[in-house]
Design a binder for this molecule. Structure first.
Ligand SMILES: [Ca+2]
Length: 106
């Protein structure tokens, strides 16, 4: 019993102690999907971070634009939102680079 447990392989889905061709194919497919998912997640996180940063950089221009065009209400709203918005974006960016730095250390 303990012998079988010792030779257990994650690809051995039916637990007979051997990795058949089908099991190997399934395992590799699963691993490939896992890597693709991780890759897609990284891309999504990076895009989101750039989007958030872009909004942060464009924010002052939006305020200037609103005041130039004479949208006083919009200008006031943007001004009221700014502290919350900047903290939120800073949080997103910090979380992104924080996780990147942590992954890089491992
Ligand atoms: Ca098997």
């Amino acid at each position: 019993m303990s012998e079988e447990e010792k030779v257990f392989h994650p690809a051995d889905t039916n637990g007979d102690g051997k990795v058949s061709k089908e099991e190997e194919a399934l395992y590799l497919e699963f691993k490939r999907k896992e890597l693709e998912d991780a890759d897609a997640m990284r891309d999504a996180q990076r895009n989101m971070t750039w989007f958030a940063l872009g909004g942060l950089l464009l924010y002052p221009f939006a305020v200037v634009l609103a005041s130039m065009v004479g949208l006083d209400q919009a200008q006031a709203t943007l001004g009221d939102m700014a502290p919350t918005y900047f903290v939120a974006v800073a949080g997103i960016v910090a979380a992104f680079f924080g996780t990147q730095a942590m992954k890089g250390k491992k």
